[in-house]
Design a protein around this ligand. Structure first.
Ligand SMILES: Nc1ncnc2c1ncn2[C@@H]1O[C@H](COP(=O)(O)OP(=O)(O)OP(=O)(O)O)[C@@H](O)[C@H]1O
Ligand SMILES: [Mg+2]
Length: 360
């Protein structure tokens, strides 16, 4: 990890470069021609559904699988054919892979012992990293006598103590229950802030990706389909898959002709763009109920068929005349008293806020 005056200089430089990276297991194309840069000091999330190739990609970066084709460069050096021990990376595996009969301290110090680091330096580095993950008081305990969250910290400490240039984490929080997962997210943010460095983590949990990462690469069927900041991914999804995998979305099919979009469910508005079939993407929280609209609003009518109180907001489900369902989230608690299932309502959104994507 960078120190002192280097930090600023290398901030935002590509540290890991993946070029045309592919991996085939027999006839299964697990990773297909990925081009991706991990920038120095990134906290990059690789996000996608089960089986899309996330673990395979991470294992290739870490050197645990040799790619079928393509190249991996880390810090300017081609490491494509190098094993894990010859790369400036370290990986925290899903399920942690701790040594069950060793204590916390022995687990964390293991890599340094193998690397023949002198004992006093090992002791100092282990103590430092145990402080970082707040496990100092449990150092002598066997790892089997730890909770899931504590084991997770040991796994993290064991990787961090090696001071990797790039830390790879495969579903680091998946084994934890919801409350613990949220607490560990906070911990990870703090740890990353304290040690700096570059983190790449895999998750199928969009909330985790949005909450932890400064950049997200969304994977679908072996490919990276979009990358950007959490905000870009959420507000400017580029495909149907991205718009529905990250957050919830209403998708209105329509036709763009001569700078105007006509929606299948009714409504026409001006929109630049070439003639094509399109989808208009609107987030449920960007919808409003009621007819009081401004000029930039698109308004529709439908029948309210479900109202669910979810604490922080109320979820309304509306069925349009063409059968399409629309989801509206509102934080306006007074609305709930005036609406009932079966009511015909007007609702809409501002055209300044929707996103238009190709319907392919
Ligand atoms: N060693 C292997 N041999 C054969 N096929 C494999 C192997 N490892 C992975 N695959 C296949 O490659 C594809 C991608 O698997 P991978 O484990 O990378 O997915 P993933 O995105 O990590 O999924 P999950 O979220 O379930 O962990 C899957 O179809 C999987 O069955
Ligand atoms: Mg996986």
């Amino acid at each position: 990890m960078s120190q002192g005056s280097n930090i600023r200089a290398d901030q935002g430089q590509p540290l890991v470069r993946l070029r045309n990276l592919s991996m085939n297991f027999g006839s299964v194309a697990a990773v297909r021609g990925i081009n991706l840069d991990v920038l120095s000091r990134d906290f990059l999330a690789i996000l996608g559904p089960s089986g899309c190739g996330k673990t395979t990609l991470l294992r290739m970066i870490g050197g645990f699988i040799e790619p079928s084709s393509g190249t991996i460069e880390i810090d300017g050096a081609d490491v494509t054919r190098l094993g894990p021990e010859r790369r400036p990376t370290n990986m925290v595996f899903q399920g942690y892979g701790l040594f069950p009969h060793m204590s916390v301290r022995q687990n964390v110090g293991y890599g340094l012992r193998i690397a023949k680091v002198p004992q006093d330096e090992t002791d100092a580095r282990v103590a430092e990293v145990l402080d970082l993950v707040r496990l100092r008081d449990l150092a002598e305990r066997g790892v089997e006598q730890l909770s899931g969250g504590q084991q997770q910290r040991v796994a993290l400490a064991r990787a961090l103590v090696m001071r990797p240039k790039v830390l790879l984490l495969d579903e680091p929080l998946a084994a934890l229950d919801l409350k613990l997962r949220q607490a560990m997210q906070e911990e990870l943010r703090r740890i990353r802030h304290e040690v700096g460095g570059t983190f790449v983590f895999v998750t199928h949990d969009q909330g985790e990706a949005l909450g932890l990462a400064n950049r997200i690469a969304v994977m679908e069927a072996g490919c990276v389909v979009q990358e950007g900041s959490p905000q870009e991914i959420y507000t400017q999804p580029s495909t149907r898959f991205v718009s529905t995998f990250i957050g919830e979305a209403n998708l209105f099919p329509g036709e763009c002709r001569g700078g105007q979009i006509t929606l299948r469910s009714g409504g026409t508005f001006d929109a630049p763009g070439s003639d094509a079939r399109v989808l208009v993407v609107v987030r449920p929280e960007d919808m409003h109920i009621g007819a009081n609209a401004t000029d930039s609003d698109i308004v529709m009518q439908g029948v309210l068929y479900d109202i669910v109180y979810l604490g922080a907001f109320v979820r309304y489900q509306v069925r349009l005349h063409d059968g399409q369902n629309v989801m509206i989230h509102s934080i306006d608690r007074t609305l709930q008293d005036t609406l009932f299932p079966g009511a015909e309502i007007s609702f809409g959104w501002s055209s300044t806020i929707h996103r238009i994507i190709p319907d392919d």
